[in-house]
Ligand binder design. Structure first.
Ligand SMILES: NC(=O)c1ccc[n+]([C@@H]2O[C@H](COP(=O)([O-])OP(=O)(O)OC[C@H]3O[C@@H](n4cnc5c(N)ncnc54)[C@H](OP(=O)(O)O)[C@@H]3O)[C@@H](O)[C@H]2O)c1
Length: 243
């Protein structure tokens, strides 16, 4: 059994716990805002015997948590978004200690395959300036960062695919939507929309658990796409920080 710590025991933490047994994992530590204010719960004693941590908290907590997990030498899967400007520094914190980290703005396997499709579409539309492009996402009204890390990654992937025309980027926050992402191209003649709609959080939780198992056998700092596809096409510049 993989012994897991959940850093963040909100909506995602709870779904991960409910699915852990399917991944031969057992949750042995749960840290939330009450027992981990300012990282107070992240001690060597608390993490003794922990094989991996899965971090889903909030943009204002994630950097402190990741720094502490790097210090403790705990292989970490991080799903919190809104911190990627600090990715180089965080990656260095893990790498300099020989640590292990998998991060992704979106751990859904469907979204990661969707990003591949967007990459192909962007390469095809790059030559046709009569099509205007847009990127839009919608999430529940509790999501704190906008645009979503997934949308930023999709647009980055379009750029890496050679799409240099403008892309209008926008977000909506309302209701309970778990996550919808749309990439569209529109001309006087027609509209093409690529749409991914998440039904619930299960896809994210399964991807994070899959990544935690993978991390037991892989060193270094990785985007989730390394877990799914290997890292050859990152080096080839084919995709963004997500897929
Ligand atoms: N990568 C992906 O696939 C993916 C999928 C879904 C969500 N997300 C992201 O993951 C994050 C969490 O999502 P969620 O839906 O689970 O949100 P959530 O229900 O708000 O859960 C986050 C939990 O972390 C707690 N927390 C805050 N500071 C903490 C700290 N220092 N240590 C431990 N726990 C702390 C929060 O407490 P308080 O409520 O008191 O702040 C809350 O209980 C968000 O950034 C979201 O955008 C990513």
């Amino acid at each position: 059994m993989m012994r897991l710590a959940l850093v963040g025991y909100g909506k995602m933490g709870r779904v991960i716990e409910s699915l852990a047994a399917e991944y031969e994992a057992e949750v042995v530590l749960r840290l939330d805002e009450f027992n981990n204010a300012n990282g107070a719960g992240m001690t060597p004693e608390a993490f003794a015997g922990v094989d991996a941590a899965i971090e889903f908290t909030a943009p204002d907590a994630v950097l402190g948590n990741l720094g502490r997990l790097a210090e403790l030498g705990i292989p970490t899967v991080c799903g919190t978004t809104g911190w990627y400007n600090e990715l180089p520094a965080v990656a260095e914190q893990f790498r300099s200690r020989g640590g292990r980290l998998v991060y992704a703005p979106n751990f859904s396997i469907g979204v990661n395959l969707f990003e591949r499709i967007v990459s192909e579409a962007a390469a095809l539309f790059a030559a046709y300036a009569e099509y205007g492009a847009w990127a839009w996402e919608m999430h529940h009204d509790q999501k704190k960062d906008a645009p979503s890390g997934t949308l930023k990654s999709l647009v980055e992937t379009m750029r890496k695919s050679g799409y240099n025309l403008p892309v209008d980027v926008s977000s909506s926050r309302a209701g309970k939507v778990p996550g919808t992402h749309v990439i569209g191209f529109d001309s006087a003649a027609d509209t093409i929309e690529l749409r991914h709609v998440a039904r619930n959080r299960e896809g994210f939780a399964r991807g994070a658990l899959h990544a935690a198992r993978w991390l037991l056998k892989h060193e270094g700092v990785h985007a989730f796409s390394d877990v799914l596809f290997g890292d050859a096409d990152v080096r080839a510049g084919k995709r963004g920080s997500n897929a």
